[in-house]
Design a protein around this ligand. Structure first.
Ligand code: FEO
Length: 169
């Protein structure tokens, strides 16, 4: 059975993952408005990944005899100044999520729940990958600046991203 303290920390993180899904869905809508279909695709994969992250913890809490308590999801922003501004926010958001996963692991360590620590290892590795992917797009966007042709080339590249349902834990 999972401890009450760790159960609460997991529920908090489920909320953060669902907020991430919501934030990226709002960014997807922004790119729809710009008619940048490759960026739309990239964001829709991100949305599905965040949902999978939340569900991984949702299922794990049940597996451990815990109680899932869903909280209200904060309203995300709806407008950005540019695609570059979007990706700057994605990177800082992912850095924030990484810090929350670390904090969740701190709680697991505190209550000496080694099973939870081993489960959360997957999330830690996933965050390294997420920050690296986002950092790559951000670096290209910095080079693109106001070059519309280069932006459309990047859009074509982002159209190739596919969602592979992750095997969590
Ligand atoms: Fe679920 Fe992008 O972290």
């Amino acid at each position: 059975m999972i401890s009450e303290k760790l159960e609460k920390a997991f529920n908090d993180q489920i909320n953060k993952e669902l907020y991430s899904e919501y934030l990226y869905l709002s960014m997807q809508a922004y790119f729809e408005r710009l008619n940048l279909k490759g960026f739309v695709n990239w964001m829709s994969v991100q949305v599905q990944e965040e949902h999978a992250h939340a569900m991984g913890m949702f299922n794990y809490l049940h597996e451990r005899g815990g109680k899932v308590e869903l909280e209200a999801i904060e309203k995300p922003e709806i407008d950005w100044a540019s695609p570059l501004a979007v990706f700057e926010q994605v990177l800082s958001h992912e850095e924030f999520v990484t810090s929350r996963i670390n904090a969740l692991m701190d709680v697991a360590e505190e209550v000496k729940d080694r099973a939870a620590l081993s489960f959360l290892d997957w999330y830690l590795k996933e965050q390294v990958e997420e920050e690296s992917n986002v950092g790559g797009v951000l670096a290209t966007l910095k080079l693109v600046k106001d070059d519309a042709k280069a932006l459309l080339m990047l859009d074509r590249e982002l159209a190739a991203r596919v969602f592979n349902p992750p095997v969590i834990g």
